[in-house]
Write a new protein. Structure first.
Length: 559
């Protein structure tokens, strides 16, 4: 296949022949020479933006990738799209833009790839939604390509310990409870984020970045190298060379992104206590790749996967600790030792994940990635619950805490801001179940993350006695008994919309159930009587998204 594949399978139609002189003239105007246009054209897409650290190093990394492409005989062209910082927008209207940006980034990459007839694609990703967007775009285009993570931020130092952005969010709750002074909070916020890179633990960005390595669409060992680590330049150059090799071999993303590969990605997340957002994003990637994946698959996979990565937010270590311990190859090796991974899944390098795992180098004495015999839990951190309150499912993370059952009275809030104010006013009591609705894919729109609320609950010392559920999402940095992605959502008539103040709710993780202790006939009466809230946006991208988006149990993709 390598000899037969035309490495200029698309760009020939754009730049070859007398009738394409005008196109070539435009390219000449921005610096491309005649010889450049006779080589394969490779898109190097990224989401650099000058508003946050997560993607701030991407333009520099893109230059290294482009260097590798040139060395391997291609002509790289840089393409820039948008990104929204979850951490900055958290708790504001802007958080609604985050999940919506996943679809916009995917669409943008698709538009440029087709608009400029690129032969191959490298997508550099960083902040949370950019990572699944990169994979979704490749699956949709099915052009030879890879995804490259620009890397994690280094941890900050505060009072003699490593800190991440999670500590700042929880510090807000501690400050509100009088446990942290104004000066302490100010010093913590100054220290937590020392430079470029995505959030520094097994939150959504690092969960998804490592998952894409296990999926095979990112080169193994590339994700855990930090954004400001000097090795990242070499990772970029090698990625540029690799995409040219992928192009030469004619390997397309859908050949890599099989059902087994996507299951490997979920296994990676479950084994490290990763973000619940893997559920939403894996479903979306599978849909774009034409792979059958159901929300019930997550219980099957997580139940068979030991939790062996002692990673924050549930564990002790940050992302760069995982890199120093041995990175994703070591994690794969540990899982393969006990038959918990599809080792024969092919990766973009042309080698299987098992072959890469054989090259793992373990740091002496490390206890970040444990042998399965010493697993923190025998099963993974992801659980899908169903029941009268979530007929189509909801997602909960059990890594890092032991509470498996909670029955309590509902404290009902129609939006996140109201719940946050109640927490800050000390109106939430031990035993309560905080219900935040109208924050789903349609109702939000955009499924805001509730990190501000969950972190404030933890910061106030209620993390072990209060539960929370929502038709919105949680951050990868969330910890505590929190159920998100409740489907169907309130805005489309889901039973979460029928919950009233004081109703008793039962969260039973062992039974995999989330139930409302109200007679079903009464629930239906309430739903029928409930007046839907008017759309929050009448025009523009938010209104468009609300009309096109599916429910969370289908990945909140637009159709």
């Amino acid at each position: 296949m390598a000899d037969a594949f035309d490495m200029r399978h698309r760009s020939r139609t754009l730049v070859d022949g007398p009738d394409r002189a005008a196109a070539r003239s435009y390219f000449h105007s921005v610096g491309y020479e005649v010889e450049d246009l006779k080589k394969p054209l490779v898109m190097v897409a990224h989401e650099w933006i000058g508003t946050m650290p997560c993607n701030f190093s991407q333009r520099a990394l893109a230059q290294r990738v482009m260097e590798g492409i040139r060395q391997a005989g291609g002509t790289p062209m840089e393409v820039n799209t948008v990104s929204i910082s979850d951490g900055i927008s958290m708790g504001t209207e802007g958080m609604k833009a985050s999940l919506i940006s996943r679809e916009l980034i995917t669409d943008s990459i698709e538009l440029c790839a087709i608009g400029y007839s690129f032969d191959a694609v490298v997508v550099i990703v960083g902040c949370d939604k950019t990572i699944p967007a990169g994979a979704m775009a490749l699956a949709r285009l099915n052009l030879p390509g890879i995804v490259l993570y620009s890397g994690s931020i280094a941890p900050g130092r505060f009072e003699g310990r490593d800190v991440t952005i999670q500590d700042v969010f929880e510090g807000v709750g501690a400050h509100a409870a009088g446990k942290l002074s104004d000066e302490g909070l100010a010093a913590l916020e100054q220290a937590a984020c020392p430079g470029a890179g995505a959030c520094g633990a097994q939150y959504t960005a690092n969960t998804m970045a490592t998952a894409l390595e296990f999926m095979g669409i990112s080169p193994m060992g590339s994700a855990t190298v930090g954004a400001t680590d000097g090795r990242k330049d070499d990772v970029g150059v090698e990625a540029g060379k690799l995409v040219m090799d992928v192009l030469k071999r004619g390997v397309r993303p859908r050949e890599i992104m099989t059902k087994e590969a996507i299951e490997n990605a979920i296994i990676c997340a479950a084994s490290t206590g990763g973000s619940t957002n893997i559920v939403l994003h894996a479903l979306a990637i599978a849909a774009e790749a034409g792979v059958e994946l159901d929300i019930d698959d997550f219980n099957r996979i997580s139940d068979a996967t030991p939790l062996i990565g002692d990673m924050r937010p549930g564990g002790r270590y940050a992302a760069l600790d995982m890199d120093r311990a041995g990175g994703t190859p070591l994690l794969a090796k540990r899982l393969l030792e006990v038959g918990k991974l599809h080792g024969d899944v092919m990766t973009v390098t042309g080698r299987t994940i098992a072959e890469h795992a054989e090259e793992a180098v373990e740091a002496p004495g490390q206890d970040v990635i444990l042998p399965a015999a010493q697993a923190l839990k025998p099963t993974g951190g992801l659980v899908v619950l169903k029941g009268s309150l979530a007929p189509n499912g909801c997602v909960i993370k059990v890594a890092g805490h032991e509470r498996l059952y909670h029955r309590g009275p509902a404290r009902v809030f129609e939006r996140e801001e109201d719940a946050m104010q109640a927490v800050l006013n000390h109106e939430i009591r031990e035993g309560d179940i905080v219900v935040i609705r109208n924050e789903g894919p349609v109702g939000g729109p955009g499924m805001r993350e509730m990190l501000l609320v969950t972190a404030a609950i933890v910061g106030e010392g209620l993390g072990e006695s209060v539960a929370l559920l929502t038709d919105g999402r949680f951050s990868g940095a969330t910890r505590g008994l929190m159920a998100g992605h409740v489907a169907p959502e309130a805005a489309v008539g889901g039973p979460i919309g029928a919950v009233e103040e004081g109703d008793m709710i039962v969260i039973d993780i062992e039974k995999r159930e989330l139930n409302l202790e109200v007679d079903p006939a009464e629930v239906q009466r309430r739903i029928a009587a409930r007046k839907p809230l008017p759309p929050r946006y009448e025009t523009g991208v938010f209104a468009k998204y609300a009309k096109l988006v599916t429910q969370a149990d289908r990945g909140a993709i637009t159709r």
